[in-house]
Design a protein around this ligand. Structure first.
Ligand SMILES: *[C@@H]1O[C@H](CO)[C@@H](O)[C@H](O)[C@H]1NC(C)=O
Ligand SMILES: *[C@@H]1O[C@H](CO)[C@@H](O)[C@H](O)[C@H]1NC(C)=O
Ligand SMILES: *[C@@H]1O[C@H](CO)[C@@H](O)[C@H](O)[C@H]1NC(C)=O
Length: 228
């Protein structure tokens, strides 16, 4: 164990090797039209009640398909001035962090979608793996998502307090060649933010694999995902 963890100040120094100690959830994902499904309904980091959130995943020859479903939604809060790659995460979004491989990544895709169908997509360089203060934390934007085939289709169902977004994320972004996804192993986490005009900018945060801080960028917590 890293000696610094004994002093209770690990978030400042955590760098490598924490994966061994963390028990993360796992998911098996079949090819489409099959699906692997996860749900979560606890906030991070305090594990309080959180609106039920579901994510369905499958893969085909060229993309990962992710259906994000936000249930028990009362706000549908977004900023209509924001466009692609703007900080939509300040409002309400659903998110996937994705890494091809089994290690705790330093670099991973961050994908987000808002209730008005605006997407944020960037690779994140987070060599501390926990967004430690004083460590690099860089963002490499994907500037032409539609040209790349990275898309979302979003449907609001206000009567049923629900919004759904179906995203396609090209496998080529991760160097998985056409038709080669079966058998690949991934690390991923899924998140949702909750906020309304009265509480802005203080958000409720929810995660599939709960992080231990109000911080999604903690890769030792990424769950294990197998494409079967
Ligand atoms: C949170 O988890 C990280 C990664 O495992 C660990 O280094 C850190 O000590 C934990 N922090 C708290 C406050 O529990
Ligand atoms: C919405 O976003 C725009 C552009 O970033 C900003 O100027 C404005 O203050 C935001 N509006 C609200 C209500 O937060
Ligand atoms: C949402 O954005 C996508 C591109 O990401 C577009 O194809 C789609 O028509 C948009 N509209 C809705 C309602 O999903």
């Amino acid at each position: 164990m890293h000696q610094l963890t004994l002093w209770g100040i690990a978030p400042l120094f955590a760098a490598v090797g924490y994966a061994a100690g963390l028990d993360v959830p796992s998911l098996q994902v079949p090819s489409c039209p099959g699906k692997g499904t996860i749900q979560y309904s606890k906030s991070v980091p305090d594990q309080a009640e959180f609106p039920l959130t579901q994510v369905d995943l499958c893969y085909d020859a060229s993309a990962i398909e992710i259906v994000f479903t936000a249930l028990e939604e009362t706000n549908f809060y977004y900023n209509e001035s924001q466009g692609i790659n703007d900080p939509i995460w300040q409002y309400e979004v659903m998110e996937a962090f994705i890494h091809p491989g089994t290690n705790d990544p330093q670099t991973y895709l961050e994908f987000e979608v808002s209730p008005n169908n605006v997407t944020f997509q960037a690779f994140i360089y987070n060599p501390s793996r926990v967004r430690a203060s004083g460590s690099p934390f860089d963002t490499f934007y994907i500037t032409e998502p539609l040209v790349d085939g990275l898309t979302a289709e979003t449907v609001l169902d206000r009567d049923n307090q629900k919004w759904t977004s179906t995203a396609r994320i090209p496998l080529g972004l991760f160097n998985v060649d056409e038709g080669q996804a079966q058998g690949t192993e991934w690390r991923m986490n899924f998140f949702r933010t909750i906020v309304d005009p009265a509480t802005f900018p203080d958000q409720g945060l929810g995660a599939w694999s709960p992080t231990n801080q109000s911080n999604f960028h903690m890769t030792p917590f990424f769950g294990s995902v197998s494409f079967v």
